[in-house]
Design a protein around this ligand. Structure first.
Ligand SMILES: Cc1cc2nc3c(=O)[nH]c(=O)nc-3n(C[C@H](O)[C@H](O)[C@H](O)COP(=O)(O)OP(=O)(O)OC[C@H]3O[C@@H](n4cnc5c(N)ncnc54)[C@H](O)[C@@H]3O)c2cc1C
Length: 399
């Protein structure tokens, strides 16, 4: 839906013309969203289908659009619902309960929307944010590439200046969630050779890297969803290549060479992939309860106690994600990194425990616990990977 021209025309739409998303009915607390029980059920059905087919979950994306959830990260002035990080984490967790693939599409959309809000020029914000808030456009992050490393220090995607003041991008991105579904991609590219002493090492990204917002229909941008994933199979996580891809300078997000400092600031937002893990852990706990009830297992003290232990783990994961989202810690950035580490590890433990509780029923391939397990594993691998989170927290101790 996005067009290459969309980045060149700095006209603001009349904000009064931007309809607000549908009112809330589904959330017990937090900001207003349209996640109704009916939409939840349809998201769950879509997740089951996409897990079998491995195809991009277009029905789930349509439901995200219908729910108004895509506008949650943006303020009212752009047509969004102005949620804070706690609200975003709650929404991501609630979607993850029924469709984890959709929840990571949502997470990336929120992340890009917020980066444009924080670092976009007034013209770029006016031009793009109402479309993203309405859900007319979906945004994706294309940072990773084969060989760049978890810390994105060795990018082969380059952006070179053109005589007309624009840029030409060349390279291949991998593991881009919403590849082929997104209308706009936040592409990380090397614009200059990093000078060794150019800037302090923030541990994630390097000097001389710059962000560009590239519309899906920009000539030279090609998505490829042939990647077959073990989990998050509906998330359209795939490759995106940019070959001789021309964009105007207005497509640049933030100063030239400043991507690493933008990346370093992301964790301070309090938005965390730990929310995906919380949703998955909650879904697994619910499955265990329903199974125990149906099989009359709640009469067994050992089963009841195991459920209590699992529920405690879920509660702890939820609490640390809530603390990150509320940004009440002395260092909100460290709290956000901790929340991803703790919640993703807790979810994997919870899901393993529930698999054992379900007995042979859980060993049937179609049992949802198996999808939860495969989806939960992805969170630890998503950026910053859990290893890198530890590195980022401990980096200052090594000075
Ligand atoms: C489901 C899914 C969705 C994803 N979605 C996106 C997306 O939308 N956009 C995007 O850009 N990327 C996305 N990714 C990619 C994700 O960010 C990468 O998987 C991640 O950056 C790791 O890259 P790698 O495997 O190439 O790292 P490698 O560098 O090959 O890492 C291999 C292992 O070594 C560890 N390691 C590497 N370097 C360090 C270090 N400096 N310190 C500590 N440990 C280290 C890593 O943690 C990892 O365990 C997604 C991945 C998955 C699985």
């Amino acid at each position: 839906m996005a067009s290459a021209d969309s980045l060149t025309v700095p006209e603001a739409p009349a904000l009064t013309d931007v309809p607000l998303p549908a009112p809330a009915t589904g959330l017990p607390a937090g900001p207003s969203t349209g996640l109704t029980p009916a939409i939840r059920e349809r998201l769950a059905a879509a997740a089951r289908d996409a897990d079998v087919s491995g195809e991009p979950d277009r029905p789930a994306l349509a439901l995200l659009r219908e729910s108004g959830l895509l506008g949650l990260a943006l303020p009212y002035e752009y047509g969004g619902t102005g949620a804070d990080a706690h609200g975003l984490n709650s929404a991501v967790a609630q979607v993850a309960q029924v469709n984890a693939s959709a929840s990571i599409m949502l997470f990336q959309h929120y992340a890009v929307s917020r980066r444009i809000l924080e670092h976009g020029s007034p013209a770029l914000r006016r031009r793009l944010l109402p479309q993203l808030a309405r859900g007319d456009w979906l945004a994706a992050s294309a940072w990773s590439e084969t060989g760049a490393g978890a810390n994105k220090k060795h990018l082969s995607t380059v952006a070179r200046r053109t005589p007309d003041g624009g840029w030409v991008l060349d390279g291949a991105k991998s593991f881009t969630t919403s590849a082929g579904l997104a209308d706009i991609y936040l592409v990380l590219a090397q614009t200059e050779e990093p000078a060794p002493d150019a800037a302090p090492d923030t541990g994630y990204g390097s000097a001389g890297q710059t962000f560009f917002l590239v519309p899906a229909d920009a000539p030279g941008l090609e998505p490829d969803t042939s990647l077959r994933l073990t989990g998050m199979r509906g998330s359209a996580t795939g490759f995106v290549s940019v070959r001789d891809c021309h964009v105007p300078d207005t497509a640049r997000l933030g100063p030239i060479g400043a991507a690493a400092s933008i990346i370093a600031g992301v964790r301070d937002s309090g938005a965390t992939l730990g929310a995906v893990s919380v949703g998955l852990a909650e879904a697994a706990l619910d499955l265990a309860h329903r199974h125990a009830e149906r099989r009359g297992l709640l009469a067994q003290q050992a089963v009841r106690h195991r459920l209590v232990e699992i529920a405690g783990e879920v509660e702890a994961a939820r609490a640390i994600v809530e603390r990150a989202g509320r940004r009440t810690a002395d260092d909100p950035g460290i709290a956000t990194l901790h929340s991803k580490l703790v919640a993703s590890s807790a979810a994997e433990r919870v899901i393993n425990a529930v698999e054992r509780m379900l007995g042979s029923a859980g060993y049937v391939a179609s049992n949802e616990i198996n999808r939860y397990g495969r989806d939960a594993r992805a969170v630890a691998l998503m950026g910053p990977t859990n290893d890198l989170c530890k590195e980022l927290v401990s980096l200052p101790w090594n000075s």
